[in-house]
Design a protein around this ligand. Sequence first.
Ligand code: FES
Ligand code: MG
Length: 575
Amino acid sequence: MSGTRKRLRSAEWFGGHEKGAFIHRSWMKNQGFAPHLFDGRPVIGICNTWSELTPCNGQLRDLAEQVKRGVYEAGGFPVEFPVMSLGESNMRPTAMMFRNLAAIEVEEGIRANPVDGVVLLVGCDKTTPALLMGAASCDLPAILVSAGPMLSGSFMGRMLGSGTDVWRLSEEMRAGAISEEEFTAAESAMSRSPGTCNTMGTASTMASLSETMGMTLPGNAAIPSVDARRRVLAFMSGRRIVEMVKDDLRMSQILTRKAFENAIRANAAIGGSTNAVIHLQALAGRVGVEFSLDDWDRLGRDVPTIVDLMPSGRFLMEDFFNAGGMPAVLRRLLDAGLVHGDALTVNGRTIAENNGNARIESSEVIRPLDNGLTDNGGIMVLRGNLAPNGAILKPSAATPALLTHRGRAVVFEDIDDYHARIDDPDLDVDESSILVLKNCGPRGYPGMPEVGNMGLPRKVLQRGVTDMVRISDARMSGTAYGTVVLHVAPEAAVGGPLALVRNGDMIELDAPNNRLNLDVSDDELAARRAEWVAPEPPASGYERLFIDQILQADQGCDFNFLAGCRGAPVARDYV
Ligand code: FES
Ligand code: MG
């Protein structure tokens, strides 16, 4: 190591002969770190969301070890630290309630400690945006490594996709088509290895968009969790972050407006999760990129979905990996001029340099753009008197015939009301009705859970109907499907027009023309508004902070006070 090397942030802790440096070094040495590791080399934080309560992230202990090997090999000093993990399958009321809390922990954990760069170890849905958001507000060099998807599941001769087939199997059981024993047996078949959901759910989507935005080494999104090549990618990421620190290649140079525009187009091409809209909106707010809901419609709408994965299509992430993964998708988009090829990535090269010659191994799984699954794969943004600040719909998961539909509202005041009445034989509903669910937004639930794809009434299901128009202020799992209008803003709990819908009102969905209208006069709505009573907020605790600070869905559901980049400097030490 040369003596001319530039003084890094970590040297503020470990450099010199003051009392403070003694303390910082001495206590670290109790772990067996050799003295030469404190010589001014890059200190790399490995921010790990491993947890047994986040089964999707189970591989991250092993991957952290691979990252460390890479960091050491490149002459850095790796230090692993845990942050709050967010397990979608276990957390109540919803993991989304804690995305911002984890982001705070990540941001403060990085800033408070002697690290020069970070490797973000993520997997399950909310862990990716939480770590990106927190790290972006510090703006140190950072590289993301995902846990990777589970292997494909199979049951009774049928491929099983995480999440996607849960909805399908549970509706089949409710309709009496499969037994409870078969339903239970399918559990073990669906999740047969560590890793994230093997469908194009939110975890796969956020991994794919992170790769698109340049925050990972090429290929990160699709390598199966247990594949040896993921260990190699983790190792190489460890090597690379050391170079990024030396080059001072920071997140703000990568997460530019171009990166976000590329992500919108890629999201359409992969048939990605609607949750990406909220997470990217929040991330853009952290890095100060101007980015609105309408960008999604404008840039993504005409991009076909070309990746034939559940929930929009047939295959699973393992097939996607074998077909060429995100590099192959980006190549298709580059060839068509649909992404900015000059956007920079963590390896110091551009998107075009990394992916321009990528191999496309299967035109069935990753189709050509002129033979997409659907012509407009992007997110549709809807507006109208029912959603003045916007709502979204994923056409690739919807029934085309229902995208233009006028129907009678069947209203559920909240999720408890829905559960109590949905299977009531006397519920006045048929397949032409529109199911409306209120008070499931960021403040209303609270936390905006993934209940927007609420199951259909049993008596409608038993007639063989598989889809109806549903409208709510909730989110939907990235693994789900249906003609589902989501993220209605403002939400019911803050007095948005959704709060005023009543049974029997006529609602008009005209997705091709971006319209969502409640056929009720302004006078009548004003009269209903006068009767509306705001819900009482909780008196204390994190829930109180959440409700006081949470932004609406169209603004990404970050906390009001967290927007922006605060950088990594800390003014004072404690000695
Ligand atoms: Fe964790 Fe799907 S539940 S990735
Ligand atoms: Mg999910």
